[in-house]
Design a binder for this molecule. Structure first.
Ligand code: NAD
Ligand code: UDP
Ligand code: UDP
Length: 312
């Protein structure tokens, strides 16, 4: 049995990770400042003696004794990470320094939840790990993109300088139950709008693409990555290569939900990447993983989650 620290553990991905680890019989310390996370995401675990919840902001030092750290703390939706951009960079950078300092002191293995945003608006398609990306350093998305890039730099410098056991995963757009209904990301927006009979907000002309991974597939990949041999650091892309335009996504959501929503076109946010698709060749080889859940099946689960949530 290992003692795990999950920062950002009350968020969308973090809470699913807490579930899986507790199910596996591991000890879990969930740390969150509840900026975009919610206690309700982990409320069902509170009675479990293997689970602890601590309100804490990772930009401040944290002294605990653990064997493994999953560093997920950071708002992930553009609306939220741009709300207080200075805090976003601090969370990524100071948060990474503190968690790496902790990992160094207690000799813990540490995994960073990085992002496909490190590739920016990519000129190479699909994106392999070797691609260095095309990121605007001074735009509205930079607090997140550059914050995450700097966190990767810190991880690799602690690896080289202090011989830490690091794992870096670059997560592509992931969706599923427990996304925040006002999260602002496209899947939750479209589903909530369709369920409320509101128009579906398409930013730009809707021909930009994303590749959507269902949360269960993603968590399986993160757990496998954490268990890889010590010399495997990544970075490792994880995501579903199925690529869709936002119009296609809207049509699928509307056909699952029914109703009479129409498409409403709004201006495209600045620096919104045109296209995104993970090259997962390395994941197939290194962790024998590829996603199993098709978009329609994952959307069905997510629609049913939001239906229950909105009816409360
Ligand atoms: P989320 O917003 O639901 O979760 C982030 C969690 O971090 C929240 O619970 C939030 O309260 C917490 N948090 C934020 N700042 C904090 C701080 N300073 N101290 C402590 N806790 C803090 O988002 P998510 O989708 O679950 O994302 C989790 C991680 O995965 C993030 O690091 C994100 O960048 C990364 N990621 C997610 C996706 C995706 O599509 N879901 C894609 C790429 C990367
Ligand atoms: N740190 C932490 N918990 C620990 C050990 C360190 O939060 O258990 C923080 C501490 O605030 C420190 C940072 O991690 O500033 C980086 O630690 P490191 O040992 O790498 O550097 P230093 O202490 O020399 O700044
Ligand atoms: N988007 C959209 N309507 C929405 C929310 C988002 O058309 O209501 C678009 C957004 O402009 C982007 C894509 O959907 O092109 C994915 O956006 P999201 O914020 O989910 O993730 P990211 O841009 O970080 O990949």
């Amino acid at each position: 049995m290992q003692r795990h620290l999950i920062t950002g553990g009350a968020g969308f991905l973090g809470s699913h990770l807490c579930d899986r680890l507790v199910e596996r019989g591991e000890d879990v310390l969930c740390v969150d400042n509840f900026f975009t996370g919610d206690k309700r995401n982990v409320a069902h675990l509170l009675g479990n003696s293997r689970f602890e919840l601590l309100r804490h902001d990772v930009t401040f030092p944290l002294y605990v004794e653990v064997d493994r750290i999953f560093n997920l703390a950071c708002p992930a939706s553009p609306v939220h990470y741009q709300h207080d951009p200075v805090q976003t960079t601090k969370t990524s950078v100071h948060g990474a320094i503190n968690m790496l300092g902790l990992a160094k002191r207690v000799k813990a293995r540490i995994l960073q939840a990085s992002t496909s945003e490190v590739y920016g608006d990519p000129e190479i398609h699909p994106q392999p790990e070797a691609y260095w990306g095309r990121v605007n350093p001074i735009g509205f998305r930079s607090c997140y993109d550059e914050g995450k890039r700097c966190a990767e730099t810190l991880f690799f410098d602690y690896f080289r300088q202090h011989r830490l056991e690091i794992k870096v995963v670059r997560i592509f757009n992931t969706y599923g139950p427990r996304m925040h209904p006002n999260d602002g990301r496209v899947v939750s927006n479209f589903i909530v709008q369709a369920l409320r009979g509101e128009d579906i907000t398409i930013y730009g002309d809707g021909t930009q693409t994303r590749s959507f991974c269902y949360v269960d597939d993603l968590i399986e990949a993160m757990l496998r990555m954490m268990d890889t041999p010590a010399d495997f650091t990544g970075p490792l892309n994880i995501g579903n290569p199925g690529e869709f335009t936002m119009i296609e996504l809207a049509e699928r959501v509307m056909s699952l939900v029914g109703g009479r929503s129409k498409l409403e076109f709004r201006p495209l946010p600045a620096d919104d990447p045109r296209q995104r698709q993970p090259d997962i060749s390395l994941a197939k080889q290194a962790i024998q993983w590829e996603p199993k859940v098709a978009l329609d099946d994952g959307l069905r689960e997510t629609v049913s989650y939001f239906k229950t949530l909105l009816s409360k």
